[in-house]
Design a protein around this ligand. Structure first.
Ligand code: BG6
Length: 532
């Protein structure tokens, strides 16, 4: 890792500089990097915004954000006083060339003061409607011209559908080269998401069984307990498929299903990921109802507390057809995964926040234990837990102590917090650091974004053409609509999300033994033999 003396001087220009993303995520992440001495000595943030503000007003606003969201906890005045002078504000209209000329002049002045050339990173933290506007002006102002030193960072959503994504990528590439464009999907910055690569490809143990011979099916769950919160207006035009599946869930799918990379080069990894999306069996329009389920939460209860339904949330249409839940069954047509279903589900107002990937292994080819030994038998399952717990759980069979041969499921757990004496950085910290280092591994390339939209286009089309007749179809606080069960092939099931924290020890029985735990989601066909 380079330290602050070795990093190139950097100007971080944030469009949308007076907005929410800047104060909640970007500046706290930059502040945290500064505390870790991971920012260059010559460093400036230029926040560009439409609001009339002075430097000191902006700094006060950003101070509050850092105080609330920095991973270093309550802000120390000395640390802030050292950081704050790096922040400047520039008011300007995003559709006026003068704004960009002024920004360029400011960058030039900083470079003159530092006596050296600086990296110029342009971060679009604006509403998506400006994503197609700002890059054009940056290009016209000559600010994108230096292929080595100028970079642009774009947040999701990259388009609203395939055509708008193609159009946006065209605009970006009219001014910047692909190597200068960093498309953020913040899921890729999460430690446990990156750990999927380490787990799969740094351990020779798992790769040989990571295929259709041993894996029965895979589930990817990204569940949120929160509702739509204050984002009703934007969310109501998006829905869960666009908001979560096209990006975050597909990133997880790619990392779980990709072939081993030859090297750790950004494009090598991105090639392998995009290969997965190209191998996903296209969903035909007339098969959408067989492989996709949508849902919308209605009112519900969390203990004694009443939770509002989606249609009663602020800025949501009272007859909104927008989905807040999606489940999909996808098949990957390649040698490794032929015949293995990948089930994806995500939703708001589910019982708890949990993101995990569960690899359900197949049954043993021949069950040689006597039937009463294997009553609680479950095939092995590996769960990669992304949040809120971070770690890996391997469930397998063990002999229950005693004279009789009895098999019981047990877990082996790896927990990040217990194993490493180091806090996980926020995803934005990792991603901003990578932009500065010019490492595009964790960013979405144009072709991946487009492949993801292409896959989902039939689902978007069919759902738009057939408004849901049954919304709301799940109660807030439940695991989504009943119809998600219909996606599963016989003998398969949605897993009960894993708790990484060790379950409380069971009380001893009178005989001094602990009762064997009853598996909560044991498959019904316990002795099902492998059919492949
Ligand atoms: C965002 C979505 O990309 O991810 C939100 O727009 C969602 O709707 C959020 O709540 C979830 O991110 P995380 O990191 O909290 O799992």
């Amino acid at each position: 890792m380079k330290n602050s003396d070795q990093l190139e001087p950097t100007v971080f220009a944030i469009f949308g500089g007076s907005g929410d993303l800047t104060s909640r995520k970007l500046v706290p992440a930059l502040f945290d990097l500064a505390q870790d001495r991971s920012l260059p000595v010559q460093f400036a943030i230029i926040a560009v915004g439409r609001t009339k503000l002075g430097d000191s007003q902006l700094r006060q606003r950003l101070r509050d954000g850092v105080n609330r969201f920095s991973r270093f906890g309550k802000l120390k005045t000395a640390a802030w006083n050292k950081f704050a002078p790096h922040i400047h504000y520039q008011q300007g209209d995003y559709r006026k060339p003068g704004t960009y000329a002024a920004l360029g002049a400011r960058c030039d002045a900083l470079e003159r003061a530092w006596g050296t050339k600086a990296r110029r990173i342009f971060y679009l933290a604006t509403p998506p409607s400006l994503f197609g506007v700002i890059p054009r002006y940056l290009g016209k102002a000559g600010l994108a011209r230096d292929r080595e030193w100028a970079r642009i960072v774009v947040e999701k959503p990259i388009g609203h559908d395939l055509n708008s994504a193609l159009a946006l990528n065209t605009v970006l590439r009219a001014s910047f080269e692909e190597s200068q464009i960093f498309r953020i999907d913040h899921y890729l910055g999460k430690e446990t998401v990156q750990n999927i690569l380490a787990f799969r490809f740094a351990n020779p143990l798992f790769e040989p069984i990571w295929n259709r011979r041993y894996v029965d099916y895979v589930t990817i769950t990204v569940a949120e307990a929160v509702g739509v919160e204050q984002r009703g207006e934007n969310y109501d035009h998006a829905g869960a498929l666009r908001d979560m599946v096209q990006n975050h869930l597909f990133q997880l799918l790619c990392l779980v299903a990709m072939e081993p990379m030859v090297s750790f080069e950004a494009d090598e990894i991105r090639n392998k990921k995009v290969d997965v999306l190209h191998a996903v069996r296209p969903i035909h329009h007339d098969a959408v109802h067989e492989c996709a389920v949508r849902g919308q939460y209605g009112p519900g209860r969390d203990g004694g507390t009443k939770m509002t339904g989606y249609r009663e949330e602020d800025n949501v249409a009272p007859d909104s057809p927008t989905e807040t839940f999606v489940a999909l069954r996808l098949m990957i047509d390649n040698w490794r995964w032929q015949g293995v279903p990948f089930y994806l589900r995500t939703g708001k107002r589910l019982p708890r926040q949990v993101s995990e990937v569960a690899i359900q292994f197949r049954a043993v080819p021949h069950q040689s234990f006597p039937p009463d030994a294997s009553l609680g038998w479950q095939p092995s399952r590996l769960v990669m837990s992304i949040q809120p717990d971070e770690g890996i759980v391997l469930g397998f069979q063990a002999k229950y102590p005693g004279p009789k041969m009895q098999l019981r499921p047990v877990d082996m757990r790896f927990n990040y917090r217990e194993s490493f004496d180091a806090p996980s950085p926020d995803a934005y910290e990792t991603l901003l650091w990578d932009v500065m280092k010019n490492d595009a591994t964790l960013f979405m390339r144009a072709d991946q974004v487009e492949a993801a939209w292409r896959l989902l286009t039939p689902v978007l089309d069919v759902w738009a053409a057939t408004p849901p007749g049954d919304f709301p179809n799940y109660a807030a606080g439940s695991w989504g609509p009943e119809s998600t069960q219909g996606l599963l092939l016989p003998g398969q099931r949605w897993p009960v999300p894993t708790e990484l924290r060790r379950p409380k020890t069971l009380p001893k029985t009178r005989a001094g033994r602990r009762p064997s735990p009853v598996p909560v989601d044991a498959p019904k066909n316990l002795n099902r033999k492998s059919s492949r």
